[in-house]
Design a protein around this ligand. Structure first.
Ligand code: ZN
Length: 143
């Protein structure tokens, strides 16, 4: 489960309450895109490094759909550090980023194709189109 600091300011609580825990909109969109591209996959791959949200073992590709807040998307307006408990959040985000990077490196090292998609990329039609091309190029190539 996700750790939370002992105290959270109202703004942060509100933001956290709006973050869906699973089966989120962004992940659902990516699944639909992959289906439309004709790919089959499995969800919640807990036996793989970083538990990729979506993966195909036979084709050896994995897709991460990252929430910008929890995974501290650099330069993204959705990933600001909450004002309260700043040290706690900064450390948490640094850990999350390091974990994400390790997982990707492990997968790549084992010969997997990896696609990382940020939720903010899916909030515009142009973004969805770009993500579709990226999936098609990387996942399609892994066949
Ligand atoms: Zn973002």
């Amino acid at each position: 489960m996700r750790a939370r600091p002992p105290e959270t300011d109202a703004e942060t609580s509100l933001r956290l309450s709006r973050i869906p825990q699973s089966n989120t909109g962004p992940e659902l969109i990516v699944r639909q895109l992959l289906h439309a591209l004709g790919h089959r996959f499995r969800l919640k791959n807990r036996d793989l490094p970083g538990s990729p949200d979506i993966a195909n073992r036979a084709r050896r590709w994995a897709v991460f759909v990252h929430g910008c807040f929890w995974h501290a998307h650099e330069g993204c307006s959705r990933s600001s550090v909450p004002k309260r408990n700043r040290a706690f959040w900064k450390q948490k985000f640094a850990e999350n980023r390091a974990r994400d990077q390790r997982a990707e490196e492990e997968l790549l090292g084992a010969g997997w194709a990896v696609v990382t998609i940020w939720e903010c990329e899916l909030y515009s039609l142009a973004g969805v189109s770009e993500v579709t091309h990226r999936l098609d190029a990387i996942v399609g190539d892994a066949r």
